[in-house]
Design a protein around this ligand. Structure first.
Ligand code: CP
Length: 322
């Protein structure tokens, strides 16, 4: 394993908090774990005896499954609780749920919740590590990890890359985490989409904002597409989905404006024919399925670092009391 172990955090809550060195540490471990993907025997004994609790209060395919696979590949036991299947649906508070999960001897809690700040809240309630798998429109930090890991895998380095994030930025936790991650790693970020979903105020984060999609795509090394997040919108932000596709959807003509070697990313789920032309989603330029695979190794790295730091802190506490 890598020697530059510089992880001192209990939790993994946001990209905004992290330094470039911490991002590089995660990638160094993810690089190591990536080598196991093609092996016949994919399991490592690293987290044997640990129990990982996946608490998913919002729908998920990629994140939930990738965390489960990541935990299993590290030989941890993993339990997933989703939506109505938990006693939250019977009126139990999130606080009591978390306290009971910790009392049931879980070693790590992974949480997805529609409320921004919920992962931070849980991290203050329990002594075990809390990993944010998406909190409302705030952050989706492991998504940004796998997105940047995919760009790094393709280009070698993110320094100097022009990355355009196109779509519903306002309601997107993926966009927020990527704005931090991409800039920390040296990329320039452009946000594009309708003015109602891409407010100029985002320029405060050091990014460019364009409402003209063609201008935004020109000279981009990569475009990250986002779907319209209807589940977080309480009002209408554009005339119709058809109108949105016509004005902002990525089609062949618009993709031709990207740099010749440019790649297309999408966190999923993809709404084919809305934010992206279906053929483009399956084209050579698309790295959408690679992103899903990289989600396993980035989450293995985060689980490993958080669980190991927790074990080291416990050992230090025990030694101090002896
Ligand atoms: N990208 C992402 O978070 O996908 P899921 O909602 O399927 O986990």
């Amino acid at each position: 394993m890598t020697d530059n172990f510089t992880w001192n955090r209990k939790d993994f809550l946001s990209i905004e908090d992290l330094s470039k060195d911490e991002l590089e540490t995660i990638f160094a471990y993810a690089d190591q774990f990536k080598q196991t993907l093609d092996r016949t025997q994919k399991k490592l004994p690293t987290l044997r005896g640990k129990t990982i609790l996946n608490l998913f209060m919002e729908p998920s395919t990629r994140t939930k499954v990738a965390f489960e696979i990541a935990a299993k590949r590290l030989s941890a036991d993993v339990i997933t609780i989703t939506g109505d299947a938990s006693s939250l649906s019977k009126g139990e508070s999130l606080r009591d749920t978390a306290k009971n999960i910790a009392a049931l001897n879980a070693d790590v809690i992974i949480t997805r919740n529609s409320h921004a700040g919920s992962a931070y809240y849980l991290s203050k309630i329990v002594d075990i590590p809390v990993i944010n798998a998406g909190d409302g429109a705030h952050e989706h930090p492991t998504q940004a990890l796998l997105d940047c890991f995919t760009l790094r895998d393709h280009f070698g380095d993110l320094k100097g890359l022009n990355v355009t994030i196109l779509g519903d930025i306002l309601f997107s936790r993926v966009a927020r985490s990527n704005i931090w991650a991409l800039q920390k790693l040296g990329a320039s970020v452009t946000l594009a989409g309708p003015a109602t979903l891409v407010p100029k105020k985002f320029e405060e984060f050091g990014v460019k904002v364009h409402h003209d999609v063609e201008t935004a795509l020109k000279n981009s090394d990569a475009v990250m597409l986002l779907r319209i997040q209807h589940e977080r919108q309480s009002s209408i932000h554009f005339p119709s989905l058809g109108e949105y596709t016509k004005m902002f959807g990525l089609n062949k003509k618009r993709a031709a404006l990207l740099k010749p070697e440019a790649i297309i990313l999408h966190p999923g789920p993809v709404n084919r024919g809305v934010e992206i032309d279906s053929q483009l989603a399956d084209s050579e330029k698309s790295v959408i399925l690679k992103q899903a695979t990289h989600g396993i190794v980035c989450r293995m790295a985060v689980l490993f670092l958080c669980a190991t730091a927790a074990a080291n802190n416990l050992m230090n506490k025990i030694s101090a009391n002896e």
